[in-house]
Design a protein around this ligand. Structure first.
Ligand code: PMP
Length: 306
């Protein structure tokens, strides 16, 4: 039997929005001919909510617009429509669950049509929004850090689109799960050896010579909302930050490795492929760059949520 779901997720009748109406999550239904169901033909966003307010909302909207445009799905709302809908969602879920800290999820699929690969013109997109109470990683996880494994990046070449076609990401994550680790760090042959692309559902960072190194944007990776955020936080903190390829070998000599995502925020990676990360007294322990950026992130949550 699989492990029980965390209590925070056991809200089957939490309000959600599907195609123009509010209803309990366990009553929401889409057609089996929805192209999201048949093809994974849709895009999505996951937006953290702190104290009932949406974190880095404009950045999520810009990424959603990019995904929709790349997938040639018309935007059924526009930023103001999304903001109004998301705010109402968050308020309804807070009233239902008592929790003002949430992870809001929104999905747009191309819509319902007879099954055929070509994009049918004139479809009405299917719009679905849900939100659940969310507890960011706690002190124990931040103190211990997480274990990661590496694997070859076998996913498609449009990682810049936040697509609901996630079989590649699901298979990549399971490599970590099967080895008792929290995330799989993916490596691709860049023509100059293997370099890091991203985690199965996170961006990856290395600390080398005191500088935070992140992977430059490309069609191989998602432009994680935390990439610009961490650049800004480094600037505030006086930590050097560069986006440049990270070679596989650099992971083994890095002082620190971090992963970032909406749900996990920023976490230190303290074991990689079974070996402790880092050097000296900090080997296998979270490092000082993580500690400073975590504190800065906590401040940003308050200052950058609307
Ligand atoms: N890459 C992938 C493949 C992801 O799924 C995610 C999580 N959405 C990220 C990176 C991190 O992006 P963000 O910081 O916006 O959550």
């Amino acid at each position: 039997m699989s492990a029980p779901m965390p209590a925070a997720l056991l809200l089957p009748d939490v309000p959600c929005w599907l195609d123009g109406r509010w209803l309990p999550l366990n009553e929401a239904r889409v057609s089996v001919l929805d192209r999201g169901f048949l093809f994974g033909d849709g895009v999505y966003e996951v937006i953290p909510v702190y104290g009932g307010r949406l974190f880095r909302f404009d950045e999520h909207m810009a990424r959603l617009a990019h995904s929709l445009q790349a997938a040639r799905i018309p935007d059924p709302q526009g930023p103001e429509g999304w903001l109004a809908l998301l705010r109402e969602l968050v308020a309804r879920v807070a009233a239902h669950s008592g929790s003002a800290d949430q992870l809001a999820y929104l999905q747009v699929t191309r819509g319902v049509a007879p099954r055929a690969h070509p994009m049918p013109p004139g479809l009405t997109p299917t719009v679905f929004l849900m939100s659940q109470p969310h507890t960011p990683p706690g002190p124990a996880q931040r103190r211990e850090g997480v274990a990661c494994v590496t694997a070859r990046d076998f996913r498609w070449e449009r990682g810049d689109i936040k697509s609901t076609s996630l079989l590649g990401g699901v298979m990549a994550r399971q490599i970590a799960v099967d080895r008792g680790a929290a995330e799989t760090i993916l490596l691709r042959d860049s023509g100059h050896g293997m370099t890091v692309t991203e985690g199965s559902s996170s961006n990856v960072w290395a600390v080398l010579d005191g500088a935070l190194i992140g992977v430059p944007p490309s069609t191989h990776t998602l432009a994680g909302i935390r990439i610009e955020l961490l650049r800004e936080l480094c600037e505030e903190e006086g930590i050097a930050c560069h986006l440049r390829p990270i070679a596989e070998a650099e992971l083994t000599i890095a002082d620190e490795i971090l992963i970032s995502s909406a749900g996990r925020e920023l976490l230190p990676v303290t074991r990689l492929d079974g070996e402790p990360v880092g050097h000296g007294a900090l080997r296998g322990k979270p490092g000082p760059v993580y500690a400073r950026l975590h504190a800065a992130y906590e401040r940003a949550k308050v200052e950058q949520s609307i």
